[in-house]
Every structure is written in C-alpha cells, then in structure tokens.
Design a protein around this ligand. Structure first.
Ligand SMILES: Cc1cc2nc3c(=O)[nH]c(=O)nc-3n(C[C@H](O)[C@H](O)[C@H](O)COP(=O)(O)OP(=O)(O)OC[C@H]3O[C@@H](n4cnc5c(N)ncnc54)[C@H](O)[C@@H]3O)c2cc1C
Length: 255
C-alpha cells in the first residue's frame, strides 16, 4: 500500500489551512516529492498547501523573503534571485533531477532537510531565518534552531517563509556539490560564506541532516571541522573518502 488518504483539502487561505492543520491526524502536503513516496501511510486529513498564496520572492531594503511553496525552479527563474543573488542561483543549479525542481518546494526542502539536501546547507551559510506560524502563534527562528527543535513544530505549524538578509552573502562565497552525475544527490556538499570578520561553513550528505560547523568557524581549524562534521559511510562512498574530500575543499577556505 502507498498512502491511504481519508480526506483531501486544498485551502486557498492561510487562516483555513491553519485551522485544518491544528486538528489531529492532519498532514501538510507541498510538492509531494518526498511525501508522495511514502509507503503504508494512513492520513486522515491531507492538507495541500500549494493553493495558498505562498509562492513568491519579495524584497525590501534589508531582506529577501521566499514563500514556502516557491519551487526550486521558481527560484531559479526569479529575476531577483538571478540578478541580485547569483550565489543562490548558481548553487540551486546543482539541485539534481531537473524534473524534481519543478515540484520540490523551498518549505518542503527545509522542513525535511534530508541528509542530501542542497537547499539546507545553502540557507545555513546565508544565516536564513525560518518563519513558522500556527493558529495561535508566529515564530521567527534561525534555521539551525528550527531544525534542532523541529520535533516541536511537526504538528499544527506551517513553515510560511524563509528570510535572508541581503548582506548575508559576505565578500566571498561558494557552494560545492560532489555527485556521481548532475542528476544525482550529493555524495558530499559544502558551502561557505566569508565576511571581513566571520566565516560560516556548512556540510551535507552526512548522517542525519546538514549542519553548520560552528566550532570550526571559530577555531579556523581543519581538524576541528572534520571532527565536527561527523561524516559517515553509506552504500555509495566511505567516511574516509568524505573526510578526504572535505579536508581538501576546506583547506582552501580555512587553512
Ligand atoms: C528523485 C529525487 C531527487 C532529488 N534530488 C534532490 C537534490 O539533488 N537536492 C535536493 O536538495 N533535494 C532533492 N530532492 C528533493 C528532496 O529530497 C525532497 O523530496 C523535497 O525537498 C521535499 O519537498 P516537497 O515540497 O516535495 O515536500 P513534500 O513531499 O510535499 O513534504 C515533505 C514533508 O515536509 C512537510 N512540509 C512540506 N512543506 C511544509 C511547510 N511549508 N510547512 C510545514 N511542513 C511542510 C510535509 O508535511 C512532509 O512531512 C530530490 C527528490 C527526489 C524524489
């Protein structure tokens, strides 16, 4: 059995969506690229959020605001991203499986933050904030804090928007993805943003989810970075291979 859905809702107003997801046994559906593959799942109330007015990229003087249902392809084609944030654009061009780009959403990508996610390590080095809402409250959280405490937000909360400060791209930046082909998920991915007096480094394709290497950012030490990354083996490559590659990539950045 795949997914058995008792009732399917497609609200057009955020208020209605929040009412629905505040009820027990409800589940949010966005681009469906992850949820659609679920097996043996019974969902009483599936709440499709793709009709909500949350597909946008906006800007003001300080920030850019990316709505949760914006797809990766929407972001790639957005003129604000293309013209003003080429770093985001070029990083997202590495998101594999082109067909999936037209379905996978920014909110779904951050919410799942799978080990192989390209979106999460990118947003981590940009120091993105996650704006979540429920029927009774709103919270603006640094992406790391959101992911650390995600368990709290699984029921009743909607990830509404990602907020990135415009000057968050520093003076030097890079996103690297190593994969078997341009369609594949990462064997290792890593990103950094350097400012005059700071560096942010993230790494993905590790056990669990992508992380920021906060201690290594302070120590500027390769050994600390490798220890902190806690890379692992899987059926594709070994931990040793990942450590060697990460060390080599980082040596140009923090040595
Ligand atoms: C073949 C394939 C290749 C892929 N390649 C890559 C790749 O190279 N790089 C990469 O980064 N990703 C890749 N992905 C995408 C990634 O694995 C996830 O499937 C995707 O990011 C999930 O987004 P979605 O919008 O489809 O979420 P859905 O599948 O709709 O939902 C996933 C989960 O998130 C929750 N959710 C979704 N949106 C919200 C929200 N706004 N608020 C609260 N909860 C929410 C849902 O309830 C569900 O639990 C790939 C996926 C596939 C299938």
């Amino acid at each position: 059995m795949g997914i058995y859905i008792e009732k399917f809702y497609s609200p057009q107003k955020i208020r209605d969506a929040l009412d629905l997801i505040s009820e027990n046994d409800s589940k949010i559906l966005a681009g469906s690229t992850s949820l659609g593959k679920a097996k043996n799942m019974k969902i009483k109330k599936m709440v499709n959020i793709m009709k909500l007015p949350l597909s946008y990229v906006k800007e003001d003087e300080k920030n850019i605001y990316i709505g949760a249902t914006t797809t990766i392809q929407d972001l790639l084609e957005n003129p604000i991203i293309q013209n003003k944030f080429p770093f985001i654009h070029s990083a997202l061009l590495k998101f594999g499986a082109w067909g999936i780009r037209t379905m996978a959403t920014v909110g779904g990508s951050v919410f799942t933050s799978f080990s192989w996610s390209d979106v999460t390590p990118l947003f981590m080095v940009l120091d993105a904030k996650v704006f979540i809402i429920s029927k009774n409250e709103e919270r603006l959280l640094p992406i790391d804090n959101f992911l650390d405490d995600k368990g709290e937000y699984i029921n009743g909360y909607l990830l509404k928007e990602i907020i990135i400060e415009k000057d968050g791209c520093g003076v030097e930046r890079e996103f690297k993805k190593i994969a078997l082909s341009s369609f594949d998920i990462a064997l290792l991915n890593f990103a950094y943003v350097k400012g005059n007096d700071f560096i942010r480094i993230s790494v993905g394709a590790r056990p669990g989810r992508p992380i920021r290497l906060k201690q290594a950012e302070k120590d500027r030490s390769l050994d600390t970075a490798i220890r902190e990354a806690k890379l692992g083996d899987d059926f594709r490559v070994t931990k040793t291979w990942r450590e060697k590659v990460l060390r080599s990539l980082l040596s140009e950045v923090i040595a």
